[in-house]
Write a protein that binds this ligand. Structure first.
Ligand SMILES: Nc1ncnc2c1ncn2[C@@H]1O[C@H](COP(=O)(O)OP(=O)(O)OP(=O)(O)O)[C@@H](O)[C@H]1O
Ligand SMILES: [Mg+2]
Length: 224
């Protein structure tokens, strides 16, 4: 598939652990591959979450697992997604330097939002465009969600649709799948209609996140 702004590299970064970096990397990789793009995943985390997920998926060639971070170019992937470790600022900086767009997942909460400023500064210092993504929100906690969104909007460009906390995101991973790809076999404790609704919700929000990342990529290219 041809796209005017590809090849491109998207790094998923946050200095805080457990905010959803690996999950979002997997979801975007699977989504972009399904959309017809040639996708590569580069796993910079010593925990190897993205690598383990890719193996559980059956080590497909799209998305492929990239052994090394190469220069984007002919014959390479249209989209390279980089999963990164928490805390290791040196590796995070490497991923930011290598990317066109950084996706920064954040959980709702005062400490979580306070902790995101370090990677925002790293993106700004490196001249990289970024997108803050509020992840794993419980929609019933409306005040927390709206206050978190307002706080993030003050810090920088924020994806306008928080990703919800969804069981399908978790139950699919060990089958090498992602939330939007959930089938009843992934969670036989739930009714198939509840699971379908959850998978459809996940599919909508991941598709919207992918589209938002492409908009940021367009701005990044225009500024180059
Ligand atoms: N939107 C979500 N809904 C439900 N569970 C989620 C969501 N996002 C992440 N999780 C779960 O939260 C946990 C942490 O997610 P993940 O491993 O992707 O975070 P991480 O930032 O990569 O962590 P680390 O910093 O350790 O690499 C996982 O169990 C994951 O399945
Ligand atoms: Mg991870």
């Amino acid at each position: 598939m041809r796209h005017p702004h590809m090849p491109c590299t998207i790094s998923v970064v946050a200095s805080k652990g457990g905010v959803g970096k690996s999950l979002i990397t997997a979801c975007l990789a699977a989504h972009a591959a399904k959309r017809g793009f040639k996708v590569g995943i580069h796993d910079l985390d010593a925990q190897h979450s993205a690598t383990i997920w890719h193996r559980a998926r059956g080590s497909p060639s799209n998305p492929a697992l990239l052994p090394e971070l190469g220069k984007p170019g002919r014959g390479g992937p249209d989209v390279t997604l980089i999963d990164t470790p928490p805390s290791n600022l040196r590796v995070i900086k490497r991923a930011i330097d290598a990317c066109d767009v950084a996706i920064i997942p954040v959980r709702a909460g005062f400490f979580d939002i306070a902790a995101v400023t370090d990677v925002i500064e790293m993106c700004k210092d490196a001249g990289r465009f970024f997108l803050l993504v509020l992840n794993a929100v419980e929609p019933r906690r409306r005040q927390l969600v709206s206050e978190s969104m307002a706080a993030l909007n003050k810090l920088g460009p924020t994806f306008d649709r928080p990703l919800e906390e969804r069981a399908v995101y978790v139950t699919t991973l060990h089958h090498g799948k992602t939330g939007p790809e959930a089938t009843p076999a992934d969670d036989n404790k739930r009714s198939s209609s509840a699971l379908r609704l959850d998978a459809e919700g996940a599919a909508e929000e991941i598709a919207a996140l992918w589209d938002a990342a492409l908009v940021v990529l367009k701005h990044a290219r225009k500024s180059q």
